[in-house]
Design a protein around this ligand. Sequence first.
Ligand SMILES: [Fe+2]
Ligand SMILES: [Fe+2]
Length: 183
Amino acid sequence: MAPDPRMIELFSYYRDAELHGAGLLLRLTKLLGDDPDAQVKLSLHVAEETHHAWLWTKRITDLGGKPMAVGDGYQSRIGLRTVPRKLVDLLALTVVVEERSFDRYKEHAARPDVDPETKKILEEVTKDEKWHIAWIKGKLDELAAEQGMQDRADEMMEKYRQIDSEVYGELRAKEAAVFGELH
Ligand SMILES: [Fe+2]
Ligand SMILES: [Fe+2]
């Protein structure tokens, strides 16, 4: 049976978001070169995001599909609206992006019509996203305090949350158009 192209598309968006997330972390890895604590955590964090991308890729191929090129995914849409300039900006954006993926995966896992294989992946990735949020938020607070940039960090969190909610609204509308309903 041919896979449902809508599910292949949805998982391709998840995969794209994970790969972009890994890209953001690689930028942080460069910027935090003299912070060994951050280096240890970033190494595991990047490994987990790329593993998440693999889990979605495998889900797609297990269904008999192929990963689709995604040109207008979550991070691409965010990138059209803002470019983080400072380290605290990048950390704030990472917190917001991680929170979004945590909420989204949790919401998807709670739907009544999720197949067991997909549910297993959703639960596994959600577990990882939880500590991702916690440590990046901790690092943001630490650096903001050290650099006297608490106001900037707060301002950026607010700005990125606003952008995130606009972008997520667009993606939900697109999803509703594809699936015929918000489920
Ligand atoms: Fe992830
Ligand atoms: Fe994450």
